[in-house]
Design a protein around this ligand. Structure first.
Ligand code: GTP
Ligand code: ZN
Length: 216
């Protein structure tokens, strides 16, 4: 089977700059599996032993899942769930699990995103905010780009009064290897519109993401 790794792009996607806009070469799954087999041999393993014989297939499947966001588009995931509404107060979806992969080491980045916007005539289905996070997280990323892609996607889709995105995450490349700092986590933010212009609005957002909900 020949896989095209080229992403599905659409007008909304084009509001964000992304690695996925680059043309990617076409390779077969067999070639991908062969590459994993070569890695195993390079690591000193026997890829034909029982426990490893299906590993190339599993690794390719796992990596395809972890990067499935390249094949998704904002138009598809939105499914039309943008509604005309006069609400004009902050909408915040907090504690959205993030499972991404760092582009330097292809190791997990695990964390949470908090996403807020202030509507300007349009609201978006709440689950779609989490789906947008998911689409960009399921690519090879740096945390900074993931954060601004989510902000720019919402800004482009809704033209709201403002968007705020904060991501808190731990990088396995800093935990399991390299500098080995298990307690470290990284916070990134992207503020658009009123969140970047008005300190009080930004403060309200920051205090809402600090407060603990009491139902879990
Ligand atoms: N800014 C940023 N850096 C990241 C992210 N994920 C991983 N990195 C960093 O990317 C850098 C790559 O540095 P290199 O020196 O080329 O790679 P390395 O030798 O593996 O680096 P060490 O991790 O320091 O051992 C490291 O400092 C990583 O911590 C991210 O999301 N954002
Ligand atoms: Zn890394």
């Amino acid at each position: 089977m020949t896989l095209s790794i080229s992403p599905v792009l659409n007008s909304a996607d084009q509001v964000v700059s992304s690695l996925s806009t680059q043309q990617q070469p076409k390779v077969t799954e067999a070639e991908m599996m062969q590459a994993v087999r070569t890695l195993l041999i390079g690591l000193g393993e026997n890829p034909d032993r029982e426990g490893l014989k299906d590993t190339p297939k599993r690794v390719v499947k796992a990596l395809q899942f972890l990067t499935k966001g390249y094949h998704e588009s904002l138009d598809e995931l939105l499914n039309g769930a943008v509604f005309t509404e006069s609400a004009n107060e902050m909408v915040l979806v907090r504690d959205i699990d993030i499972f991404s992969s760092c582009e330097h080491h292809i190791l997990p980045v695990i964390g949470r995103a908090h996403v807020a916007y202030i509507p300007n005539g349009k609201v978006i289905g709440l689950s779609k905010i989490a789906r947008i996070c998911e689409m960009y997280a399921r690519r090879l990323q740096v945390q900074e780009r993931l954060t601004l892609q989510i902000a720019d996607a919402l800004q482009g889709l809704l033209k709201p009064k403002g968007v705020a995105v904060v991501i808190e995450a731990t990088h396995m490349c800093m935990v399991m290897r390299g500098v080995q700092k298990p307690g470290s986590w990284t916070v990134t933010s992207a503020m658009r519109g009123i969140f970047s212009e008005d300190a009080r609005t930004r403060e309200e957002f920051m205090s809402l993401i600090r407060h603990n909900a009491n139902f879990h």
